[in-house]
Design a protein. Structure first.
Length: 690
């Protein structure tokens, strides 16, 4: 057992808080609640907590202590009295509140990561009564029993809701039978690189039975998420929403919607059964959905669907993320509703009114839904492509208007409206003459980030850019989205360009090796950030140029090593990343968000020198500097295509760079960006782990 005082919240502060409590209690009733648009809990107690910066509350203790006692204000440091039965889903967490200026908080959470079962013994009544599922801690899934990994008995894990600039303390208890880590996807961890959760890069893994305390600042708003960064664990269920809201004054989209409810946050996930990791078996929405093995119609009430309730006449902010494991991009849409897309990867964009959007793994889109249709139930539909298309996988959830029967399912099939749209889109792809084309265009849906349609460089740079940025195009590429913020560098900034590639090799023994820069990643055995003074970079790391210098030809040899790409700190950096494969790959880097300034299709490529040559010839066009290029942390590299991203390397450290399809990452499609020199990186304190 390990007991210690928290450095951040020393005992003297607790005494101070007790003294201040009486005053705070009297202030509590005077705090205004008039501008609370969200229908969150609204109690004097909550207001009390929102007024003090240093207070910490553990959700499961709140019911046991009387209001305002100091017992609720300390971190849990003594794990000798574990009460797992009362672990919360954070519904009544004091940090879940309307964000107001000058009222940041300290927020404490416990995430217990543990083995569990889909359709386990908790699900006895859930199979017959939809309402029993939540109460029984049942993970119903699609009604097929399978081992899973849950967070606090939930899949997705409980949503963490914060306000911008809150201080966050999360204890992750590893009750799995294997090591774990937790990554906070979308936070750049500028002040706390050791909290990024990348195993053997920024931390050592948390062993079974151990606790790791993650402490960091929620220094930006947006739809982020947390997920395990070990092996396949997020595919088994270790993932959840991390929603950081802004104050009304700071939220430039606040006027566009009336409600922003956590129950309208959706996690889409492809799943497998048992431990057959190569076969994607279904797509679930918030852990639920129809089973494709049975022949029941979509609207049979024996299926369990996620239900989103809305009241006619109001506008709702909704958040969608794809926790993708296989190569399975998805298309998202809602029957008879337009989606006003306002944000991607947690970054606000100029709104785009669309019929649907595509996600590759780790991407997020936030949209506003105007509940302006007849008061009944509608299908929210998710259609899988690539590997998921091969198995005809799709999924539904229910948009349920107040006034419709609570258990009513929509009429027809989930893909009903999607299929008709797809027919139109197919016509658009293969028009035979101009009148057909214009007819197809007028009927075509507006789709954002459609991985199937990308501008090709064959059109020439000017035509390419017109295609990529055309405002009235029905197909809105990600590169055409506009950030609300201009790019943060002056015009004509000279970027240092790094060329990189995603590719696949088959080893002589038949094994498939997924690669970055034609190197399959082998993880280190010393955590790079912590142990950086223990090894000599040149002996420990490899990269494309070091292998060439040693006489290796990775197009012929099989190159497997610790691929670390070095970049100078505090410089304008540009990455041109080519994809030699025909399928799309989601590119993700840790520690840095980037502006997407180019994305398109080249055609057959298998050599970076060709990409460099094309670029020298000016055939890989970039958005002009005046374009407010979209800010992202994950983006698809089209099949046989490329992306160009830009960022200022102002966050020195070791940052993972990888494909976000887990099946690819675990087979080597991973590398590390070493930004800056060792002395430029933050000092990392040794940690006492309980
Ligand atoms: Cu990939």
């Amino acid at each position: 057992m390990c007991v210690r005082e928290s450095k951040s919240f020393p005992r003297i502060l607790i005494i101070f808080l007790v003294l201040g409590l009486a005053q705070a209690l009297t202030q509590a009733d005077t705090q205004g609640t008039a501008d609370r648009q969200e229908l969150l809990f609204s109690t004097a107690e909550e207001t009390l907590f929102s007024t003090d910066k240093a207070k910490i509350d553990w959700p499961w203790s709140r019911n046991k202590t009387t209001k305002g006692t100091p017992a609720g204000l300390i971190l849990k440091n003594d794990y000798s009295q574990m009460d797992i039965a009362s672990f919360s889903d954070f519904e009544r967490h004091p940090c879940r509140r309307v964000c107001q200026q000058g009222q940041t908080q300290s927020c404490y959470y416990q995430l217990v990561v543990h083995n569990y079962q889909r359709l386990g013994p908790e699900c006895q009544r859930c199979q017959f009564d939809e309402r029993a599922c939540a109460a029984e801690h049942c993970i119903y899934g699609d009604g097929v029993a399978s081992p899973v990994m849950a967070v606090n008995r939930k899949i997705p894990g409980p949503a963490i809701e914060l306000c911008e600039n809150d201080t966050v303390v999360v204890d992750v208890l590893n009750y799995l039978g294997e090591p774990t880590t937790m990554h906070w996807h979308g936070l750049n961890m500028v002040d706390t690189p050791q909290m990024d959760g990348a195993a053997f890069v920024t931390q050592y893994p948390v062993q079974p039975g151990e606790v790791q305390r993650y402490e960091f600042k929620a220094d930006r708003g947006g739809s982020l998420w947390y997920h395990s960064h070990m092996g396949w664990q997020r595919g088994f269920g270790v993932a959840g929403h991390l929603i950081i809201r802004k104050t009304r004054q700071a939220n430039q989209h606040a006027h566009l919607y009336d409600y922003d409810l956590v129950e309208h946050a959706l996690m889409v996930q492809d799943i497998f059964y048992d431990h057959e990791l190569q076969t994607v078996r279904n797509i679930l929405i918030n852990g639920k959905g129809r089973n494709h093995l049975n022949q029941l119609p979509d609207n049979d009430n024996r299926h369990r669907y996620e239900r989103l309730r809305v009241t006619p006449g109001y506008r709702y902010r909704m958040r969608v993320l794809l926790n993708g494991i296989a190569n399975c991009p998805v298309e998202f849409s809602i029957e008879q509703h337009k989606l006003l897309i306002i944000s991607t990867d947690g970054n606000d964009i100029e709104p785009v009114l669309a019929d649907g959007f595509f996600l590759t793994s780790a991407e997020r889109f936030d949209f506003v839904l105007n509940a302006n249709q007849l008061a009944k139930s509608y299908w929210i539909s998710v259609r899988g492509y690539e590997q998921c298309d091969g198995r005809k996988l799709y999924q539904g959830a229910v948009l349920s208007y107040r006034g419709a029967t609570r258990t009513e399912l929509p009429q027809g099939n989930i893909l009903g409206s999607t299929q008709s749209r797809t027919l139109v889109a197919d016509n658009l792809l293969k028009p035979t003459n101009s009148s057909e084309q214009s007819r197809a265009l007028s009927a075509a849906p507006v789709l954002v980030n459609d991985y199937r349609i990308m501008p090709t460089i064959a059109a020439g740079p000017e035509a390419f850019l017109r295609l990529a940025t055309a405002e009235k195009d029905n197909n809105v590429g990600t590169v055409a989205l506009r950030s609300l913020q201009p790019v943060p560098w002056p015009r004509n900034t000279r970027f240092r360009t790094y060329y990189s590639s995603f590719s696949l090799r088959r080893a002589p023994n038949g094994e498939l090796l997924f690669q970055i820069d034609e190197i399959s990643y082998i993880p280190p055995d010393i955590s790079l950030l912590q142990g950086r003074n223990l090894f000599q970079d040149d002996g420990y790391f490899c990269n494309r140029s070091s292998l060439v210098a040693q006489g290796h030809n990775c197009q012929q040899d099989l190159c497997e090593c610790l691929n670390v790409i070095r970049m100078p700190a505090y410089r304008p950096i540009e990455m041109v990343v080519a994809n030699y494969m025909t399928n799309t790959h989601p590119y993700h880097i840790h520690g840095n968000s980037f502006r997407l300034v180019g994305q398109g299709v080249v055609g057959n490529i298998d050599d970076l020198r060709n990409i460099q040559n094309l670029d020298r010839q000016g055939r890989l066009p970039r958005l002009p500097d005046h374009y407010h290029a979209v800010l992202k942390d994950s983006v698809q590299i089209p099949g046989l295509g490329f992306i160009i991203v830009r960022f200022i390397s102002d966050n020195p450290g070791f940052w993972l760079y990888h494909c976000h399809v887990e099946a690819h990452a675990v087979q080597g499609m991973m590398a590390v960006l070493k930004i800056g020199e060792d002395y430029q990186m933050k000092q990392v304190p040794a940690r006492l782990r309980c």
